[in-house]
Write a protein that binds this ligand. Sequence first.
Ligand SMILES: [Zn+2]
Length: 418
Amino acid sequence: MHKNKTPQNKFTRRLSPLAGGLLLLIQLVIAGSSAQAQDDAITIRAGRLLDGIGGVRENVTITIADSRIVRIDNSSGPYTYDFSDKTVLPGMIDTHIHIGAHFNSMGRYGPEPGQTSEQTLLYAAENAYLTLMAGFTTVQSVGSSMDKDLRDAIARGILPGPRLLTSLDPIRVNTGTPAQLREVVRQRQADGADVIKMFASASIRDGGIQVMSDAQIQAVCGEANALGLRTIVHAYGTEAITTAIEAGCTQIEHGNRYSDDVIDLMTERGTYYDPHLGLLYANYFDNRAKFIGIGNYTEAGFAAMEEARVIGYDTFKRTLELGDVKIVYGTDALAGSHGMNAEELIYRVQEGGQDRMAAIISATSLAAEALGLGEEIGTVQPGFQADLVAIDGDPLEDITALRNVAFVMKDGVVYKNF
Ligand SMILES: [Zn+2]
């Protein structure tokens, strides 16, 4: 959409070869020494820029061409977008969502009787839209086989949604023997999975105990590592988490409860850790009537979540205090919480005691690194994809400013501009 126009070339062809050659040479010199692509570039003036890797700059101009950031400097206007009164930061990244999870037309969780897969996919598209409007330009869905079509549709560039990565269907204890699991991992990759999702532990509503054997966990992460695939593991408790880390799994989900030794081990092995402290529980409690009575959403299940919520903060605070763990951002966004993805950052800072800048990094450059996209997104620097959001206020002063997303750009395309 921002193609270089080159009317000069037509003009050059009408001149004598020598004069034409000279003119072309002059043009090349000009193009090389100045920003010839200026005509097509988008400029954004940022009153404050958080670059996603800990840097803060004031009153800078970001130049974008062909979907990438090409320059950040102090050049003056006019600007395509003047956010002198706003904070600009990288498009945020959520490494754990369930893009298809929704409430049905009867106000209950999940598909209603007779719901078609086409209807389900449209709920997922709605969730994708809400997520992008909330300033999240990349998400990882963990996931279902349906995610793939949505991922590929959004990637075509018309349907508004975040860049979507997916595990396709997760691996569970009954998926197979270790040998069969290795085959399943290979099959997932062949089917187009970006990551492997595995339930090493039961749901917290069922007690959260380790359900997959050590051999199963080792088979999945071992095979995935051999194929260059990342792994994301639902795990609670010292045993399951220790096994997953030692098996070389990439990222631990929920965590919620583990010994101090696990903190040391995660630090040592560089395992990404994605705790869910507030949004997940608040969403369940707020929407209790829409979940209760379905599967393990029982009174006892809700009581277990009340308990887990408290334990989760204790675990998180110990992790912050004792280790140097790569705490990465994820929300477990599901029915009811799509588009509220920034809320977990607010919980982590306000209730969990995380440093504001560390929280922002966890949802930008660190999340990108955890997705294997650390050289592409999550940082505002020349060469990176132009995924940018502008917000009212300063999240380093007040983390709740992340709710005020006024502008969203993904791959250099503006999807929201209030
Ligand atoms: Zn989940």
